[in-house]
Write a protein that binds this ligand. Structure first.
Ligand code: SF4
Length: 102
């Protein structure tokens, strides 16, 4: 009987620790990275100087990369990214300065 009580208490304690860890160690994910990445050509050729399309997408969202760094992207692809970024807001409600990422 004492083993069952011990396991219940242990379960509750571990659950509480996991709940606190989830609250305080949570990593904010910027959904714009995935969307911009999906709008890039997905060739993952590295011609942009980044390790694949997801690398350039992350740089664009951080305003350190440019959509024009992608060599094979078509004009309509660029426009789709610009149109998305005009409206998209980050986790803190900020928007990207399009002039910095074109
Ligand atoms: S150049 Fe364009 S297609 Fe190639 S990896 Fe970079 S973003 Fe992707």
């Amino acid at each position: 009987m004492s083993a069952i009580i011990f396991l219940v208490i242990l379960g509750i304690a571990l659950g509480a620790i996991l709940g606190l860890a989830d609250k305080f160690l949570k990593v904010e994910v910027d959904e714009r990275v995935a969307t911009v990445g999906s709008l890039l050509p997905q060739f993952n050729c590295g011609a942009c100087g980044y390790p694949g399309c997801s690398g350039l997408a992350e740089a664009i969202v951080e305003e350190t990369g440019h959509v024009s760094d992608c060599k094979p992207i078509k004009p309509e692809g660029k426009e789709a990214i610009y149109k998305y970024l005009e409206e998209a807001v980050g986790p803190n409600g900020e928007k990207i300065d399009l002039n910095k990422v074109k």
